[in-house]
Design a protein around this ligand. Sequence first.
Ligand code: GLN
Length: 197
Amino acid sequence: MSLRAGVLAVQGDVSEHARAIERAAAAHDESAEVIEIREAGLVPDCDVLLLPGGESTTISRLIQRSGIADEIAAHVGAGKPVLATCAGLIVAASDAHDDRVDALNIVDATVERNAFGRQKDSFEAPLEVTGFDEPFPAVFIRAPVIDYVGPDVEVLASWDDRPVAIRDGHVVGTAFHPELTEDPRIHDLAFFDSLES
Ligand code: GLN
């Protein structure tokens, strides 16, 4: 089977995610066709969707204006997987406590922008993730704090006593950047586990 993976490409890192999806697919003897989403009309053809990091206020404005936001909501409504990382998670949340971010509300969680590890803008941490044998090398860059998760949200990993990886149905969100290491396990968990369940 070839997976059609849409990577939102209005702003932010795209090629690293494309490579991570391809690595995760290869581990399952599958292939992935990565489609860069810059305009409306492409999301409905995708099996899975990735909302990357970047600047959440910019991403939010561009997806609302282009109509991509409604298509993402329909994708989730149809039960198809999404991985939302860092700014992508901010956009996906039910509230980001910022008027410039129009909440997509596809995960039952709220976030506070730029609040994680305020003392240093970025850091790497070995993260224990539910179901992983070895810690995941998680890179945090001006990461959001997840300050509320709904009752049906599963916390997959925490750092500093705060959730940093969550799953709500077929939507997985991380406060960190799983594409910045060679380790495809988060993309695997988001896309291949959910497809098989
Ligand atoms: N600080 C960014 C924001 O609030 C997110 C940073 C990131 O995606 N690495 O949008």
